[in-house]
Design a protein around this ligand. Sequence first.
Ligand SMILES: [Zn+2]
Ligand SMILES: [Zn+2]
Length: 753
Amino acid sequence: MARILVAVAWPYANGPFHLGHLAGAYLPGDIFARFHRLRGDEVLMVSGSDMHGTPILVAAEKEGRPPAEVAERFDAINRSAFEKLGFSFDLFTTTRTIVHERTVQEVFLALLEHGFVRRRTEESPYCPQHRRFLPDRYLVGTCPHCGFESARGDECDRCGRPLEARTLLQPRCSLCGTPAELRPTEHFYLELDRLQPRLAEYLAEQGHWRPGTLRVAENFLAEGLHPTPITRDLDWGVPLPLDGYATKRFYVWFEALIGYLSASKEWAIRAGRPDAWHRFWDVRESVRQYYFVGKDNKFHHTIVWPSVLIGVGGFRLPFDVPANEWLLVGGKKVSKSRTQEQDAFIPSLLQNYPPDVIRFYGAILAPEHHDTELDWDEFHNLRYEILANQYGNLVQRTLVLARERFAGRIPSPPEGWTPDLLSGTGARIRDAHRKITDALEAVRLKEALDLALEEVREANRRFHEAKPWQGSDSDRARTIYETAWRLRAIALWLSPTLPFSSAEVYRMLGFANPPSPGDWETALEPVPAGQPLGEIRPLFPRPEPAPKEGAAGVAPAAGPSGDVPLALRVGVIRSATVHPSADRLYVLEVDDGGSKPRTIVAGLRSSYPEEALRGRPVVFVANLAPRTIRRVTSQGMVLAAESGERAVLLSPPEGITAGAYVPGSGPEDRMVTHEEFSSVALSVGRAGANAAGGRTPVDLGGRTVSVLGEWPAGTVGIVRRPSEASSEGVFLSFGPGNPIHPSEAVPLGAKVR
Ligand SMILES: [Zn+2]
Ligand SMILES: [Zn+2]
């Protein structure tokens, strides 16, 4: 049994955390801790809210509130988000505890005594207007490394380098913009240069780290370490345990790192075993410490923290720092201070999606080796295709069959059945189990997830080849018995990542308890024959339809209330190739303004030659549930009018760029089923002469309906109505005079699909 400390980066309490932070640091920590508990290892997982530092002060000053209030508000928000996401912290605390304050002061005094902390007087930036020094975020200026103009006093948001205030170009006060002056002030410095030789010895033994992380640490060493100040002229933070420094506090970065140690002590006190923290820290203990942090924390965790631990002495040093790279949104680093992507904040995601779906996306994105782009299309596609269609459906079909054909129990395998450990089911599960275990052990979490998902695909393949809904009872029993075994193993393997749905699969398989500590190896055991199943429910239910707008609600800009929320967008066809196994279909690559084109399967082969499609602007439904048509997954539908046997594509007005939403469209994150889509009436119509009172009569080929807005007579466009029966609708348009229209003449009333 191994002993593992899982130290998770401390969320900074100046805002809600984001999918980027989740994927980058927090979730990998939880997955790793859960895996080790399942293996029966002794795990301590700690973190907490980082409550001090100038970003909170600056935010509080702008709001006119005390900093404690701001920090506590975001601590509560983030705490609740972690809880809802199912995080398994042994302790999630804050840096505003007595234990923390004392621990920081003890560490500081030890470093001082050992000669690794010294006093120096240096010139520091000062705002003559505010009559104060300008530590960290109180100072802005141009980064001397990359030229970024809004770099902060302590680090650059663009190049990620830690900065020293004195090196910033054009330094100025972040509150009033006054150019900063330099004035002398006394501070304590951590003498990293004196710790460098021992740090270099330690880093030379870390060949198992991710190459990117090790390289960053080695580069810092190669450049040579310098003394770095660990105090600030501030009144918010942990005070110094020395007389004469009442106007100074510890630098938040120095102090928060010590949080891993103080949180371990607090955990021990709360557990009623105040000395138990030694088991995870003492140099004589056999423990491995893992620090799960983001890319921008590499310096602090690979250089500063080991140096502090070396300087104090008697402590274990980090065994691994599995730092992730950045998750990018719209090409930019996800950052609390700069992002516009409100939707990617965890509290708002939690309002719309179950926790496992958010965890799944965070885990599959996991930017372990390079920066990764967040892609909402991919998010929805994965959710439907992998979770609901592949995993959820297989659970459902297998167990429903067992319920109906075997009286709600796991059937006994046929006479003479063996696990077939050489070439069959047993061999496959054993092999996968070994690979997944190795990957998790080595903190290759994404690889472990991919391997488990491959087993979901394999289980599906086997199930469908065996066709257990036909054939003999004994073949059926064998297929269900083996599939149930695979599902048990899959639920276990996925349990660190998807704890809620794994517990649900276990419940449906008839187990009394969800996957629990020490259960890991039971992946290799079939579900007991005769075990009664639990009630079968969808594993990843379709989201509830959006609430209908009430009478008092605001109707969407261009649709009668109660409409199916179609997200209609403009795209440009990049390429069209004949579907490999359906020659009346094209597989289109459509540029929707995103980083990569979206694949849409369209029945246009008999209407358009390939060359007539390339470069052509089209209108497509962006939120149609993805559908796999003979192994090609279509992410949407290109709209065309039916003109006899021909499909006539629609044209957006001139000058509309790829990716644009048709005004009045619904949000893309609410998927629409094909059934819902077919209830919407879209038809070609022509405006009549007597528009009045904000409405226009429109001829749908013999039938007249009333369309919102006063359109010039003769305007031809696409009328959208909530259903065929409805006599009121809207033109799909980009504003007055800019209707979407068929690209060639078609009969009035032609249906659009
Ligand atoms: Zn920079
Ligand atoms: Zn100022």
